[in-house]
Ligand binder design. Structure first.
Ligand code: GLA
Length: 389
């Protein structure tokens, strides 16, 4: 990230120098996909791709947002947020709803959100399943926290950002992405139980590299089947309650119980529930495999997770499947799967560090040969959560 350029653009735009620079990372998820809204555990990693916001207070109360990557600017006024309008009364553009949603939630909770000049840029590709939106939310929440003179635990900040996305942007996402961007730990994955909200950092074994492969297919969760998947899980819970009255989420359902009652479930909720219940079990096994540095188990779990997202949850794409299949013949590959919501975006690959460069070249070339598309394939590192530079 070119911080000098960010500094320069801010100064050019606002006629003054920034006083703060916030960095909020994107994330990959090693395993535990579509389980965070089913009260299950997840294993994300905050990465060294992030949103950077340069900021300075604006004493007239207005927040002026400049999205450098889009070359667009919008002014926010607190009293217009509820109607999703900018300061001039025009509907907010989609990109501005993330910071605006954070301000809206913070105001509802009576946290001060002073006016601010903010210019931001990101090297988390948008719509690629690496949580660019959560990074924007968490970055702005941290910014208003610093300027507003109040203080919240990182996890509580992440929860407010999730609420902004659920209620303002309209995506019924779980807490994983905002959590990872807020609480990331360098060189570690994060085992996060979305029910108890307890979490622990899990070291990534030495010698294992994280490689991201971008299928180049973009999606927006506001328009994809994401909310539909969530609704199907709820339907599965409701149908199961006829037999298991104590069940309040799919986290409560044991694999044996699901096997016993699945013949009585409607087809789509049955498939979605089967993915979720088995994926929850896989997360626990993946944590142990990471702790043991057991490459074989890690690989088997990741490929099984991908197959389940393809066949049962039906969120993969031919491009993501190709990226995963190609890895089976590449040097040093431990395991691969799609990461994030799916419907396009990226895969995450665990690779022996010594073979990482050959692996990257092999996957890039193979993908181009099979699909005719270019794939960005690159190493990433586990990074710390939101912080000020
Ligand atoms: C998106 C959501 C997360 C999570 C994943 C799927 O990234 O924002 O809350 O549900 O999809 O695991």
């Amino acid at each position: 990230m070119n911080l000098t350029e960010l500094h320069r653009s801010f100064t050019e735009n606002f006629g003054r120098a920034p006083e703060l620079i916030v960095r909020a990372p994107g994330r990959v998820n090693l395993l535990g996909e579509h389980v965070d809204y089913n009260a299950g555990p997840v294993l994300p990693v905050a990465i060294d791709r992030a949103v950077y916001i340069a900021a300075a207070p604006n004493t007239d109360g207005c927040t002026r947002l400049h999205a450098l990557d889009l070359s667009q600017q919008v002014d926010l006024r607190p009293e217009r947020l509820d109607a999703r309008l900018d300061a001039a009364g025009n509907p907010l553009p989609g990109w501005a709803c993330y910071p605006a949603g954070v301000a809206w939630v913070l105001q509802q909770e009576e946290f001060s959100t002073p006016g601010v000049f903010a210019a931001y840029t990101s090297d988390v590709p948008i719509g690629s399943g690496l949580s660019s939106s959560a990074a924007v939310e968490v970055g702005f929440a941290a910014l208003w926290q610093a300027l507003g003179g109040w203080s919240l635990e990182r996890l509580a900040l992440a929860q407010l950002c999730q609420r902004a996305e659920n209620q303002y942007v309209g995506v019924s996402c779980g807490l994983m992405d905002q959590f990872a961007s807020a609480c990331g730990v360098e060189d570690h994955a994060l085992y996060f139980d979305t029910r108890s909200l307890e979490w622990e950092p899990a070291p990534i074994p030495p010698g294992i590299a994280l490689v991201i492969a971008d299928s180049g297919v973009r999606r927006s969760l506001t328009h994809s089947g994401y909310n539909e998947r969530r609704a199907a899980c709820w339907q599965a819970v409701r149908e199961l309650q006829a037999y298991l009255p104590g069940v309040t989420s799919l986290r409560d359902v044991a694999a044996t119980e699901l096997a016993a009652y699945s013949p009585y479930l409607s087809e789509i909720p049955r498939k979605r529930a089967e993915h979720v219940v088995k994926e929850i079990a896989r997360v626990g096994s993946t944590l142990s495999a990471l702790q043991r540095g057991d490459r074989q188990a890690l690989g088997a779990l990741m490929y099984a997770g991908h197959n389940s997202l393809r066949n049962l949850y039906e969120v993969s794409t031919p491009e993501l499947d190709t990226l995963v299949e190609l890895t089976r013949h590449l040097p040093g590959c431990i395991g691969a799967r799609l990461t994030g919501a799916g419907f396009g975006g990226c895969t995450i690959n665990l690779v022996e560090l010594d073979h990482a460069q050959d692996f990257i070249i092999g996957l890039r070339d193979g993908y181009q040969q099979v699909t005719g598309r270019q794939s960005q394939v690159y190493l990433c590192h586990a990074s710390q959560g939101v912080h000020f530079l």
